[in-house]
Structures are given as C-alpha cells and as structure tokens.
Design a binder for this molecule. Sequence first.
Ligand SMILES: [Zn+2]
Ligand SMILES: [Zn+2]
Ligand SMILES: [Zn+2]
Length: 199
Amino acid sequence: MPIVNYNNKSEKYILFKEEEKKYINEIITRSVFRNPIIDKKKKCKKCGEMIDVFLFGTFLDDTTKKRYLNSTCKECARKRAKEWSKNNPEKVLIQLEKQNIERRRDRNIIYRAYGDKCACCGEENTLFLTLDHINNDGNEIRPRNAKGNYSGDFSGYYYKRIIKANFPNDLQLLCWNCNCGKARNKGICPHKQNICQQQ
Ligand SMILES: [Zn+2]
Ligand SMILES: [Zn+2]
Ligand SMILES: [Zn+2]
C-alpha cells in the first residue's frame, strides 16, 4: 500500500492529488448556496477571479463533518502565507519549534511500533536507526512538493502519513549500517547474504 499518492507527470509531484480530486468531485455534487460553483469554477475571495475548483484547497468542517473548498485559491493562499511569514518571524520560530516537538513525538511512536530496533542486526540506539522501505521502493513513494523537492516539515508530514496509514507493513527500522549494506548489496543486507563481493 503506497503511503502517498502522487502524480509525477513532467517531474511535478502533487501530494494527495487523487485524494484531493475525490474530495473536490464530492463537493461539486453538493450545491453550496453561498459559494456557487459554475462550470467547475469558483470565485476566489482574494483575487476575485473565477478559478478552476481543482486549484482550491479543501478543509473539513468540524460541525457538519463535511468538506468544503477554501475561500481563496491555492495561489492566493500561498502568497498570503508567504507574506504572513515575512511579517511574523517570531511566530514562525514558535511554529517551527512546535513542529520539531511533534515530529520527535511522532518519530518515537513510529519507532516503537516498528520494534525500536534494527530489524536486521538488532541495533537499539535510535541515533543509528532509520525507516526503510522493505521493497526498496523508497524513492518512488517518498513524498515531494509540487516542485519535486523535499521541503519544510517533510519528515513530520511523512511521519503523520505513516501513523494515519496505521504503520504499513512495507516499512521497517534498519540501522544505517544495514540500510547502506542493503543498498550496496542489491537490496539484501550483507548480514543475511553477500551478493556483491566488494572488489
Ligand atoms: Zn485567488
Ligand atoms: Zn542493523
Ligand atoms: Zn544487517
């Protein structure tokens, strides 16, 4: 089960594309009186343009338990967020610290779920441990942003996906040693079998 769906057409990776599309298609079928959707377009509150509904983000309303489109398009939301960061550097720092704490907490939860030790050699020092894709498809399913880069709170985001997916069984903990050995030995840790003899 892949953790993240993405579309890599023309090297552009778009997170949750399928999931988001599903949400938006469902929103279109509902008639929303105050925010009419015409020809799959909606007026952005910020720029005032009629924008393709698929270029809006969505949010889950706590009371109705339904999803709705954001009032501003993604482009405007992105600009606004950038502007806000520029004007609130001290709040950005607080946010980053909060993200760090959350990321560490999530990482501990995940490490515990995967046994808190290297699945191959049993190394228990967490400073040596890393998450490994058992089927060696890590690079394909590693999430990226729309520009194809790892960005911002990438690992924090990744950890949340793993927890949400209820600790998929195509992941395991390996120490760096076993992880690198596996990569150099055609996907099998040399502890188990030496396939590639070092010249
Ligand atoms: Zn806009
Ligand atoms: Zn190991
Ligand atoms: Zn090993």
